[in-house]
Structures are given as structure tokens and as C-alpha cells.
Design a protein around this ligand. Structure first.
Ligand code: 26W
Length: 833
């Protein structure tokens, strides 16, 4: 026996060398038992399914970690160029089943669970969603990092580890009630805290200029109140390729001095309590999806994300290259997910100049060639503007840098357009008039080499409208990257029956090359294949009914047309138009106008921002209309309206396989892209939609005859605005008149007087920005076409197959390949296992 205190020369190597973990059912089973009994200390007396979930997840997580370290080392060895995806939101959803699929241990785990007598589905469903995002933008970030890992690209996601994610939505008396989402309550087996990469973040204080030891003038940011950003890493596995990338989420904590400052002032308790101030920064996700609210805490969050991430990347660089930044821009790039992290432009300048001693021009050259900006919305109310005063208080050094960037930029503008003062005012990073504000989108555009929109129409509108001045100055910066979704989660994992049928029919290549789905079209005349397709879809509809059964207590027939609209509740997305159509169908039933009727079940789900009054009223209206319709015996099976509470990633995984019809009915020109539209299409639903966002490209892919188009075009919408007269339209349309009468006479709010007046008034207002009434007739007509198509079962099945077969373009593998080929230019790195 060697002496206990004996020191070996390389202890770390000796404990780092691990035997490979087995992937067979028995080996996984052994680990599950060991985790359950040893690590978690549970036995047969424990009745909670949570610890079984945890034991299984730890077993799966170990297998990810093995590949994670190999990936990390492969990137180190190659010293390859890297990209960083900076985002305030990563809407990851659940991890377990995706990890199993991507590791290729689905079958082995199923077998292990079967042998242990465990219900795998129940375990999977016990995982809380990581709801660290609002909607489209956050889920896009999650799909993107999945595709980056599958394409073996060295991309790291940087985000925030919110203690509370997107609120849970309860419906009480038809109204939304928000409940905090403490998703970390039971711990999170998928994250690894990495204290060794903690970063220090400054807030407050002021700046001073002094000569440094070399006699150069330098700016020092002093008397700041610092907080620490502690990283928690989450593994991001590629599809069965050995690559596991990293999502690094920052948590804010107090520094030790933070306490001391207060302690020395004499109040120990206050000083400990003050720790909360620091920790509050990453306490909660802001639940707004289209409204900036100018809150100081939100700016703190944004700066913490930008500063911690950039310091992390610079530390990695310096560890390898010392203080030589010559090649930095060739080896690094940052993709900014909307303007939320765009303070990174100024922060990179600060770090390079103040901390690493670069001159302005050198720092600016690096910044301009490493940052790229993606815009996700045209809505003016969503464009971030931060008050200059707030900036001065909170980030005094950053506002100096922003003013300097602006001064240099505006002199470029006036050199190009001498004397054009109104253009200078329009393009300035600082909005004047009363209080000064920083226009964050302009900071992002000026500080980056690329500006992209997320669908063709949206990118075109950015160039012609919102960013036209900048497009004239730098046309080469502007480009489009149409969104996508990952087919692993959104087809393979969420719809295993359909995935199996597809694989049996065309092989399994589609999982990494979705364009291969096109081969399904060769089988649309094969009766057996079509019958199976139909059977799979009917089974998915039945599962959707069962999933909602206890909760909703409504009988729904699996033969009804499942007509689904799930997304954030927003006036521009026009859930109201959907409701008007439902009321119209109800009215037809009540009038006995039901010849050739198609039974329909309309499902609507989505959260309203807690402060968005109108969106909350829309939820209430949907629930009230549902209540009347679903309890009217005369209506029966002909029509159902169901509000799906607490819509989230894991809900969509159950909903999209069971949809027949996907509602994508935004006012043309308002939905930047949409991504739910792609998930439905991929699972064989047909779309009823306007010419908006990616709908246009979906229709191009499937052909006009396989898409239910309606509504005004973006150009028509804009030209109608000046002489829009909804009251006149209502007068001329008897169906619409009756619908409006039902709303106005209080038919859906008999004991709740006037609660829908705001909705009625907005619909009838000539200034309604969403011109809902203008598209009513065309929507109803398109819905009639839907019914005709649905009545012809064979035709519908073919259309469904064609939709799935042509969804190849909407894989994020395609989107990410475009980002990489045109913007990032990374080389894939093979990871040897
Ligand atoms: C500052 C408050 C705030 C928060 C979030 C403003 C705006 C946002 C996002 C831009 C909202 C969002 O998620 N946008 C959606 O992004 C998707 C991914 O590109 C698109 O598919 C959707 O059309 C777009 O609405």
C-alpha cells in the first residue's frame, strides 16, 4: 500500500483516462440502477418517477459527456475557425429523447427500460421543458445549434441561464393566468457548472483617462459595481456523428467584494441580502415577444450576455495566441440573434481597446469583420431603443464608445451624401427629440459585415423599407437566410410512426439530407403506401385527443378535420380572423346551412405577453366562443373549438403530428418567417395561409394546388391602408354581418357585459393595422376549398404526402449550410470515436 500522502507526478492524467461506456441495453440498465441506488440513494420505497427519470438521464448524459470531451479536444487540436451564436433565448424544450435519438441509443434504452419494467414514455414526459425563450426566435436558436452539431461545425451557443423560464399558462374562467416556471426546482442533470470560466462584469461607476505605463492615453472604467457571470454548459449532440457541441449559459452571481463593501459599512445582513441584486440579473426571462419595454434589468441581462461571452472568447484566444489579434477575425465570428445581444459591438471595441491595448482602427476592423446581425421582425414596436441616460448610468464606457462609432459613421454618411442633413438624422445611431435613444438595430448594422432577414419577403422588405438607407450605403451587407427547423426533433422524434414509414419507403438518408423526402412523391399512386400514411395520421390525431382528454373533457371525433393554430397570441398573427371563421361556421349550423358539411375541430393555443391587453382579450374570446359552441347540442360533432393551454415546445411535439390543417394567417408583410408553418408541413399537414414570411416559399415548394392561399398581398395591404373601410365591407357581406352581430349582441358574453367591445372596435376601425375584416371573405372561401379537398380522402392524402415530400428546403441543415458557406466559412471537424 502506498502512503496516503504519496503524490504521483501526473494525477490528473491517471484519473482522466476512462474506459468507454457501453451502448448495449444491459450496460445502460446497469448504469440506471447504479445511479438510482448509489448516486441518488433511492430504493423501492421511493414512489417518485422523477428519480427514475434522473437516473436514466444521468446514464444517457454520461454517454454525451464522453463525446463532448472528444469534440472539445478535436477543436483544440485543429485550431479551427469558430462561430458563436449569441442569443438571449434558447428555447430548448426537453433533452432526454433528443439525446437518445442523436446518440443512436433509442432502441437500447427502450430495451433497458422494458427489462426494468419502466414506462419510458412516462419518464420522457416527466422532464420539464427548458423554456428559455418566447417563441420563434428562441426555438430557431435551438434548432440552429442542433444543425451545427449535425453538420460538425465548431459553433458554440451563448445565452443566459434564467432561473425562471417562460411562464406557465393556466386558463381560469377563460382567462390567462401566469404562473412562474421554476424549471430548475428539481435540479438539471444536463448542465455542468464551470466555475473555472467565470467572468467579471462591470456596471455603473464612471470613466477616467490616464497615461498607461507606456505613456499611451487609456480609458479606465472605475468605481463600478461588478457581478460575476458563471457558465453552465449544456451538451448539444449532433445526429449520430460523435460531435457534441456546447451551449454555454451564464448565471449572474455576486462577487465576494460585493458583500464586503456593504459589510464594511457595518450592515452584515444588508450585505448578504444585496447578493440578490446581482443574482436577479438572470432570474427571469422577459416574456415579451414583440414589445421592447426599456427596462433597466433587461439591459443588464443583455450586457451580461455580451460581455461574459466576448471575454470568454478572448480568453480562449489569448490562451493560444497571446495578445496578438492579427488573425482574430479570420478565426472567429459572432452571429447576433436580433438586436438583443447587439451591445456586443461596443463591448468588443471596449475589450480590445481598453483591456488589450489595440488602437481604434485595428479594433474597429476586427469588430466589423466578426459581427453579423440577423433581424427577426419588422414591427416598429419591437425595435429596441435604449435611453442614452440609462446607458450613461449603467454602462458609462459603452455609451462613449457608441458615440464615437456614431461620429465616425456619420462622417462617412456625409462624405457620401454631402449636405443631406435629414438623411444624417435618419441614420444616426442616436435618435434625437426629447430624450435621446440608442437605436440598437443601427448599431448592429454599422458594426457588422452581414445583415440578414429570415425569409425572402422579409429580407426584401428590410432592404426596401426599414433599413433602406443602410441598404443604399452598403448593399453588399444585406442577404437572406430563410429559416428552418430541425427534422430530428420535428419529424423523427415527435412523429416516430411517420418517420418509420418514410424510412421504410425511401431509406434513412432523409435524417441528414431532408431533400431526399422528395422521393416520397414516387409513391403517391401506391395505394398501400397511401393507406398506411392515412393510418399513421389518424393514429397521431387519436393520440392528440387522448393527450388532451382528461384536461378538456370534450369528445372529439378522429374523423373531423383538425384545424390548428398554435403560436404566440398577437394581433398581427390574427387569431381573431380564425375566431371569426369559427363563429361563421357556428352561425351556418344554427341556420341549418349544413349541406355537404365537413366536421371540424379547431385547436388554438398560445401565450399572451402578460402586459398585452388585447392579446389577453383574444384568449378570453376564444374560450368564451368555445364554451358556447362545445355545449350546444345542435352543433354536436360538426364543430368543436378548443383552446390548448400552456402551449410550449413539448406540446408542439404532440400537436404537429396530429394536425390536418395548419393556420398561417398573419397580415401579409408582418410575419418575418414563421417556423411552426414548417413543422406542420414536414408532418404532412396542409397550409391555409397568406403570402407572408416563409409561407410564400412553402407554396413555391409544394405548388399552388397543394396550398390554400387567401388574402391581400403585402403591397395590397399597404395601398389599402389609406382608404380602408371595414364597416362598409361588413355591410356588403351578409355572413360577416351575422358574425359581427353575434359578437356585438353579447352572444358569447351574456353575463360579462361589454368585455369584447375593445375587440369589436378594433376590427371595425379604419385604422386597424391588421386589416382583419378585409381578408374575411377570402379566408372563408379558402376554407371552403379546404373542406372540398378534405372530403376527397384520396386527394387529401396525396396533398399531405406532397407537403411532407417538399419540406426538404425547411431543414435548418440547409439554413445553417447557407450561414456557413456565405457568412461563417467554417470547416467541419470530424470527431473520432
Ligand atoms: C425586445 C422584445 C422583443 C423580443 C423578441 C422583440 C422581438 C422579439 C422577437 C423578434 C420575436 C420573434 O420571435 N420573432 C420571430 O422570429 C422567428 C424566427 O426568425 C420568425 O420565424 C417569426 O416570424 C418572428 O416573429
Amino acid at each position: 500500500m502506498p502512503h496516503r500522502r504519496f503524490k504521483k507526478s501526473h494525477p490528473i492524467e491517471s484519473i482522466s483516462n476512462l474506459p468507454e461506456l457501453g451502448m448495449k441495453p444491459k450496460e445502460i440498465e446497469g448504469d440506471i440502477k447504479s445511479y438510482y441506488g448509489h448516486r441518488l440513494g433511492r430504493d423501492e420505497n421511493c414512489k417518485s418517477v422523477h428519480y427514475v427519470y434522473e437516473a436514466l438521464s444521468l446514464a444517457v448524459s454520461d454517454r454525451l459527456t464522453e463525446r463532448w470531451k472528444k469534440t472539445y479536444n478535436a477543436y483544440r487540436k485543429e485550431d479551427c475557425k469558430r462561430a458563436y451564436y449569441l442569443s438571449m433565448e434558447f428555447l430548448m424544450g426537453r433533452t432526454l429523447s433528443n439525446a437518445m435519438l442523436n446518440l443512436g441509443i433509442d432502441d437500447a434504452v427502450s430495451q433497458a427500460c422494458y427489462d426494468l419494467g419502466l414506462d419510458l414514455e412516462e419518464l420522457i414526459d416527466s422532464e420539464p421543458d427548458a423554456g428559455l425563450g418566447n417563441g420563434g426566435l428562441g426555438r430557431l436558436a435551438a434548432c440552429f445549434i442542433d444543425s451545427c452539431a449535425t453538420l460538425q461545425l465548431p459553433v458554440t451557443g451563448y445565452g443566459l441561464r434564467y432561473e425562471y423560464g417562460m411562464f406557465s399558462q393556466l386558463i381560469v374562467n377563460g382567462e390567462q393566468v401566469e404562473e412562474p416556471d421554476h424549471w430548475l426546482r428539481n435540479g438539471n442533470v444536463w448542465e455542468v457548472q464551470r466555475l473555472e470560466y467565470t467572468q467579471r462584469i462591470k456596471f455603473g461607476g464612471h470613466t477616467e483617462t490616464h497615461l498607461d505605463e507606456k505613456g499611451n492615453s487609456r480609458v479606465y472604467w472605475v468605481d463600478s459595481h461588478d457581478v460575476l457571470a458563471v457558465p453552465f454548459d449544456v451538451p448539444v449532440p449532433g445526429y449520430q456523428n460523435g460531435t457534441v457541441n456546447t451551449l454555454r449559459l451564464w448565471k449572474a452571481t455576486a462577487t465576494d467584494e460585493f458583500d464586503l463593501q456593504e459589510f464594511n459599512a457595518g450592515d452584515y445582513a444588508e450585505s448578504v441580502a444585496a447578493k440578490n441584486g446581482a443574482e436577479n440579473i438572470t432570474m427571469v426571462l422577459y416574456p415579451n415577444d414583440a414589445n421592447e419595454n426599456g427596462k433597466e434589468l433587461r439591459l443588464r441581462q443583455q450586457y451580461l450576455l455580451a460581455s461574459a461571452s466576448l471575454q470568454d472568447v478572448l480568453a480562449l484566444w489569448i490562451g493560444r495566441h497571446g495578445n496578438d489579434f492579427t488573425d482574430f477575425a479570420e478565426k472567429n465570428c459572432f452571429q447576433l440573434n436580433d438586436t438583443h445581444p447587439s451591445i456586443a459591438v461596443a463591448e468588443l471595441m471596449r475589450l480590445l481597446i481598453d483591456i488589450h491595448g489595440l488602437k481604434w482602427d485595428a479594433a474597429w476592423a476586427i469588430t466589423k469583420s466578426t459581427m453579423a446581425y440577423t433581424n427577426h421582425t419588422l414591427l416598429p414596436e419591437a425595435l429596441e431603443r435604449w435611453s442614452v441616460n440609462l446607458f450613461k448610468q449603467l454602462l458609462p464606457r459603452l455609451i462613449e464608445i457608441i458615440f464615437e462609432i456614431n461620429a465616425r459613421f456619420l462622417s462617412e454618411v456625409s462624405a457620401r451624401w454631402p449636405g443631406d442633413l435629414s438623411r444624417i438624422a435618419r441614420m444616426s445611431l442616436i435618435e434625437e427629440g426629447g430624450q435621446q435613444h440608442v437605436r440598437m438595430a443601427y448599431l448592429a448594422i454599422v458594426g457588422s459585415y452581414s445583415v440578414n432577414g429570415v425569409a425572402e419577403l422579409h429580407s426584401k422588405l428590410l432592404q426596401q423599407g426599414l433599413f433602406h438607407d443602410f441598404y443604399e450605403l452598403w448593399p453588399e451587407k444585406f442577404n437572406n437566410k430563410t429559416n428552418g427547423v430541425t427534422p430530428r426533433r420535428w419529424l423523427a422524434a415527435c412523429n416516430p410512426e411517420l418517420a418509420e414509414l418514410i424510412t421504410e419507403t425511401i431509406g434513412d438518408g432523409w435524417l441528414t439530407d431532408l431533400s431526399l423526402l422528395k422521393k416520397l412523391e414516387l409513391h403517391i399512386d401506391d395505394k398501400v403506401f397511401c393507406d398506411r400514411w392515412y393510418a399513421v395520421q389518424q393514429a397521431a390525431k387519436q393520440r392528440l385527443i387522448d393527450y388532451k382528454k382528461q384536461e378538456l373533457d370534450i369528445d372529439v371525433s378522429v374523423n373531423a378535420l383538425f384545424d390548428v393554430q398554435v403560436k404566440r397570441i398577437h394581433e398581427y398573427k390574427r387569431q381573431l380572423l380564425n375566431v371569426l371563421h369559427v363563429i361563421h361556421l357556428y352561425d351556418r349550423i344554427k341556420r341549418g346551412d349544413t349541406a355537404n358539411w365537413t366536421d371540424r375541430c379547431v385547436l388554438i393555443g398560445g401565450k399572451a405577453a402578460p402586459g398585452y391587453y388585447m392579446a389577453k382579450k383574444i384568449i378570453k374570446l376564444i374560450n368564451n366562443v368555445a364554451n358556447v359552441i362545445n355545449h350546444d347540442p345542435e352543433v354536436g360533432d360538426k364543430l368543436k373549438l378548443i383552446f390548448l393551454p400552456n402551449y410550449r415546445v413539448s406540446a408542439m411535439e404532440k400537436i404537429c403530428p396530429g394536425a390536418d390543417l395548419s393556420e398561417q394567417i398573419s397580415t401579409a408583410g408582418k410575419e418575418a418567417s414563421g417556423t411552426g408553418n414548417m413543422k406542420f408541413m414536414m408532418n404532412g399537414a396542409l397550409t391555409i395561409g397568406t403570402l407572408d414570411g416563409a409561407n410564400i416559399e412553402i407554396r413555391e415548394e409544394v405548388g399552388d394546388e397543394n396550398f390554400f392561399l387567401f388574402g391581400l398581398t403585402e403591397t395590397e395591404v399597404e395601398s389599402l391602408r389609406n382608404n380602408y373601410d371595414p364597416v362598409a365591407i361588413i355591410k356588403q357581406d351578409e355572413d360577416l354581418q351575422r358574425v359581427m352581430n353575434l359578437l356585438e349582441c353579447g352572444h358569447f358574453n351574456q353575463f360579462e357585459h361589454n368585455i369584447f367591445d375593445g375587440i369589436v372596435n378594433s376590427l371595425k376601425s379604419p385604422h386597424d393595422p391588421w386589416i382583419t375584416i378585409a381578408d374575411f371573405r377570402s379566408f372563408v372561401d379558402a376554407q371552403k376549398q379546404v373542406e372540398l379537398a378534405y372530403q376527397d380522402k384520396e386527394r387529401w392524402i396525396k396533398m399531405s404526402i406532397i407537403n411532407c415530400a417538399n419540406s426538404g428546403k425547411f431543414s435548418t441543415d440547409r439554413t445553417i449550410s447557407e450561414y456557413n458557406n456565405e457568412l461563417w466559412k467554417l470547416t467541419p471537424v470530424k470527431v473520432n470515436n
